[in-house]
Design a protein around this ligand. Structure first.
Ligand code: DQA
Length: 156
């Protein structure tokens, strides 16, 4: 009889990188393509999976701030790092900043557009004071940079 070791407990399994997308990003590819490009969110997800080099990616989008906060809370147990495009909540949400501050792993903030070249209300980010890195203006490639940075910070 071959004795195999038991499977690892779920907590011991390698946790995924959580990629979170805020409001209106479901319309990527259709919405203001001159600002955000023609790629869809499904295209961005595929780029993230390719950049992860086999690491697990949990990719999500919501237009509901409470749902986003719930996902960030669950990440405290379930995710190794968070890559987040908080979209408009970047500029408005202390609640998302506070939720991210309760997460102990790396947090990478990504924006498709260069928010600093746009309207002045986009120049301030509540999230940046918690983020380990901030990437803006690199289009969908910014997500690739974000995943690569998260992997580096995780030592993977
Ligand atoms: C964005 C920039 C935000 O100012 C805007 O509200 C978005 C998208 C970006 O990816 O460039 O919805 O986060």
């Amino acid at each position: 009889m071959i004795l195999r070791p038991p499977p690892p407990a779920p907590e011991a399994a390698v946790k995924p990188i959580l990629v979170l997308n805020g409001p209106n990003l479901n319309l990527l590819g259709e919405r203001e393509p001159e600002v955000y490009g023609r790629e869809t969110l499904a295209d961005v997800e595929a780029l993230c999976r390719a950049a992860a080099k086999g690491a697990a990616i949990d990719f999500r989008q919501t237009n509901d701030e409470a749902e986003m906060i719930g996902w960030i809370h669950a990440a405290r147990r379930e995710a190794a790092a968070i890559v987040i495009n908080p979209a408009a909540w970047t500029h408005t949400s202390v609640a998302i900043l506070d939720a991210l501050s309760a997460f102990e792993g790396p947090v990478i903030e990504v924006h498709l557009s260069n928010v600093h070249r746009r309207e002045s209300f986009r120049h301030h980010s509540y999230v940046s004071s918690r983020a380990d890195a901030v990437i803006a203006g690199a289009g969908s490639q910014g997500y690739v940079f974000g995943i690569e940075r998260a992997l580096r910070l995780l030592g993977r």
